[in-house]
Design a protein around this ligand. Sequence first.
Ligand SMILES: Nc1ncnc2c1ncn2[C@@H]1O[C@H](COP(=O)(O)OP(=O)(O)O)[C@@H](O)[C@H]1O
Ligand SMILES: [Mg+2]
Length: 200
Amino acid sequence: MKRLERTIQETLYFSREVVPVLQPVDINAEIREVLAMFRDELEEAGIEKVVDLSEDVPEIHVDPDQIRQVLWNLVSNAVQALGGGGKLTLVTRPSSEGEREGVVFLVGDTGGGISHDVVHNIFNPFFTTKPKGTGLGLPIVHAIVQNHGGTIQLDNREGEGVTFSVFLPRAPKGLGTGDRILEQMRKGGRSGTVGKEDSG
Ligand SMILES: Nc1ncnc2c1ncn2[C@@H]1O[C@H](COP(=O)(O)OP(=O)(O)O)[C@@H](O)[C@H]1O
Ligand SMILES: [Mg+2]
């Protein structure tokens, strides 16, 4: 995928409504759809797909555009880490976290993982280790997941690969703090490279 195309895709969320518009969604179908978008790229890079989608996952009430954005950004990072080939893993399973029922999905890769020096920064807006990265993929993922009342965990195996694990409840209880994070990012965040509005 071309770089500009990728950047636009990763940050499309900025042009949408922040408040999720909830609809019943089959997470497995969304994953299949996102994987289809990467099909050529996976093939060209010699990336092996391991897809294990549980038929027992409940339908969840989420904003489908936003959840597709989450999947897209995570898969995009995995594919970039897997430039030299390797394994991309997508897994879903039903879950109850505390009292809350929902789904867990995993996006994993064998792309070498994240250096312990920087791993604490990866959800910060504009943090990137890529020459032409935006540093916005994971902050957007984080904000969307939070907004849906979900959680995200990282299993970083330095030198091997990384697996992101996302829990989404069947239906969010209310809006989380993700709104504020996005608001901050829209206003320019730290470096102001994204559409900074000049008020004076
Ligand atoms: N799957 C991954 N493997 C290795 N490093 C990753 C992975 N996902 C994210 N990262 C690290 O986190 C940083 C931030 O990711 P992101 O917010 O998507 O911004 P960008 O992809 O534009 O750099 C990346 O630059 C990279 O260092
Ligand atoms: Mg990214």
